[in-house]
Write a protein that binds this ligand. Sequence first.
Ligand code: SAH
Length: 686
Amino acid sequence: MKTFCGRANPTTGSMEWLEEAEDYDYHQEIARSRYADMLHDKDRNVKYYQGIRAAVSRVKERGEKAIVLDIGTGTGLLSMMAASAGADFCYAIEVFKPMANVAVKIVEKNGFSDKIKIINKHSTEVTVGPDGDMECRANILVTELFDTELIGEGALPTYEHAHKYLVQEGCEAVPHRATVYVQLVESKRMWSWNKLFPIHVEAEDGEKIIVPPSEMENCPGVPSVCDIQLNQMPSRDFTTLSDVMTMFSVDFSKPVQSASTCYRVQLEPVKSGKAQIVLSWWDIDMDPTGMINCTMAPYWVKPTSALQWRDHWMQCVYFLPNEEPVLQGEKVYLTACRDEYSVWYKLQKAREEENKADVCVESPVCRCHAHLLWNRPRFGELNDQNRTHQYIKSLRKVLNTDSVCLCISDGSLLPVLVHCLGAKQVQCFILVFRSLQCSLAFFSANHLEDKIKVLEARPELLKPSHFEDKKISVLVGEPFFSTSLLPWHNLYFWYARTAVTSHLSSNVTVLPQSASLHMMIVEFQDLWRIRSPCGICEGFDVQTMDDMIKDSLNFRESKEAEPHPLWEYPCKSLSDPQEVLTFDFRKTVPQHCLSTEGSVNLLRKGRSHGAVLWMEYHLDADTSVSTGLMQISNEKGNCEWNPHCKQAVYFFSSVIESETLSDPGAVTYAIKFDTKTGEIAMDFKL
Ligand code: SAH
């Protein structure tokens, strides 16, 4: 037996369905899936139900039997809605086997087994005919195959195939249509996620400027979508240069073409400025009249009272290949190009209008290597002047003309900083992991190609000859590694430091000298929904789904923390932040485990949804950099998080509610860092 599992291809960004042996550990996939979030999305569910009822009625009014095709049925929800609305029969297709199994159970529990047939296949494998999966073609097509970018989960090829082989001509589709909207903006904050800004360094011998390689200037970047909770982006962080424009629509009731194409709109900027970013979102009309509309429009476009929080559909940030000055009232053309799975944008001045051949650009391919190495938050982090300043301040204290420096971090600018700060004699070695080409381009843009020696070896394989038989006097790291998912994965620095111990001088300075793990109990405004059981959804019992998620969460003996960029997910602190573990980089990684136990008092009333954990790096005795909490901004406990990093969130299996301040309670914890596996296990009791 085989199980199908969906994966995003890291190179193309497209969705792949891979066959895995049945013992494949799909629990992780279920535990972290977005099904719960979708089931909590009231606005979506209500509108789907309305749209489905209307479609069934239209078919019935024509005197036809209502035969539904539900592609990607998940829990079976939309098919159950159709059956309740009077559909005669539903074919519910689900490619992910564990989900298809759950759908069978849910459909049975809700009493629809005679009306709904669950088919565990990819829709393109489904057959129609007397001996086929479906007896006949359907006349109602219901799907929910959309991601934040609309088409990223393969909706277009799926629709294209369904219209050719699985549904009748003139079928009703729910949703009936999707429309993609765009707005042109200038935003230093968002632009800093895509380009590296010059870095100004105050050195002993005057100010120096570190510049990015010129290839980065016009580099179109990578096609993977940048999806964020745009509603958390304060209006002071961007300037809108255009009105909201309709970019393109797709009518799902007619044959759909998935082949690459372009759409173009004329814009008249409402303001002069630098066009850098295209913000984009979509809406879906559940019926042909457009009366049942479900929109992802951000807060400045629609009244906040109408905002439905959801994490499975957000908004997109697209970066133009280069920034383009625009003048108020002076028309420009914005082109959206798409292939089967992704969308990208290009802006053209009116005078280039004739040049249509040039318009349908190819999918962006990063030429400067930086976009392959650094993701968007990492660009933001490298552009964070405050952070850079902390490193400069600290490096300045330790570097001198005799320094022999080794830098251990992925795609780091530290060696360049070291060089700017130190006198010419500084010997600088950099251990590169995945960042060779990008690092080299960077060094050469700053005329340092022969000043910094790149070592392409695993730390444990380094020999004295790699360091020209010198001992390292300064070992630096940010630390940052692109393979890190959870905050403590960057402790790889400690392991690499341990592996190079024999090359360090006896009085070596290690920067950062240590790290600490911090923890705080929080109440989330919304994020709790993604891991919270749903029970009944629009009158249908979906508890079997909740149980499956719970099983998957319990599957590993220890529950795991998961990474989330908390600047996008407001929460308030219920306890003081607490330092729970420290890691001394001046020493090697110990053989024994590091563990701690204790309790934190809850100081505010609220619902304890979970614990947030993050790392702080202590560059020296008085300089620290936090990758988590920046500050608690008011007496209500609202938290401000480092906007460039993901924090670890450990959701409690049950929520405690402290109503009164007199007895707010406490949370006890046990946290263990296994130095053998590098894993952190944790347990909390409320
Ligand atoms: N319809 C459900 C679930 C939507 S999630 C709801 O609205 O609540 C989308 C589901 O579609 C996922 O379970 C995914 O596994 C499945 N899927 C995506 N593309 C598919 C395809 N072409 N054929 C079959 N299943 C597909």
